[in-house]
Design a protein around this ligand. Sequence first.
Ligand SMILES: Cc1cn([C@H]2C[C@H](O)[C@@H](COP(=O)(O)OP(=O)(O)OP(=O)(O)O)O2)c(=O)[nH]c1=O
Length: 227
Amino acid sequence: MAISDDLPLMRGLSRAPIPDAMPLVLASGSPRRAQLLRAAGYEFTIDPASDDAECGVCSRETAPELVARYAYRKAESVVRRHGRAMILAADTVASCGGQILGKPHNEEHAAEMLRTLSGRRHDVYTGVCLWSTGESRCIVDVVRTELQMQSLSETMIREYLDTLLWEGKAGAFGFQDGNDWIEIVGGGSESNVVGLPMERLKELLENFHSVAETIDARQSETPTSNE
Ligand SMILES: Cc1cn([C@H]2C[C@H](O)[C@@H](COP(=O)(O)OP(=O)(O)OP(=O)(O)O)O2)c(=O)[nH]c1=O
């Protein structure tokens, strides 16, 4: 098994201009999101969202609703620190059999998640929020990618846990980790699985002026996604 956390070459890594040539700010501490943006040719600065942007789980929330809400909250948590800028935030979870799998708290939690995913179809959802501070307008969108995990033995799970590659990854598994345990079903977005749907991001930037909503009208709620 490879033990590199570098991203493999991915499809769909091209950039769109930032509306009104605003400076782009990535409100994320995820190394994968920064790597994807760099690989696509974006110039940006990084200002990670507050940790408390991810607290407060609503028990009846679906995975797409959760990632939309968290992406919005992450963007909101950095907005006041910036003048005229386009803020980009995202949140990623896996969803399997009705369970939402976020980042594991520890090794045993990671082992449980891998046992849940073993041999099963599941989805990875990433919520993306683009927030233009200048006009106080934002857009939140969610992309789903369907995946198939092969059956994992306890030995495979323990060996993977020993690499520590599960740390900080939703569902305790990195699609990019260099083994062939997991496959995308039906040609979905690879970059979405790794934390930022680059194809959708480009579309959102290209259409920002026609799709973004004013922040006041939203009253801090996030839209329900169709995904
Ligand atoms: C499913 C999957 C997720 N991930 C990562 C992407 C995200 O970094 C992470 C999910 O956690 P997030 O909470 O979405 O993001 P983060 O905590 O890393 O960063 P921030 O909140 O500052 O934006 O899981 C992979 O790297 N590979 C995968 O295959």
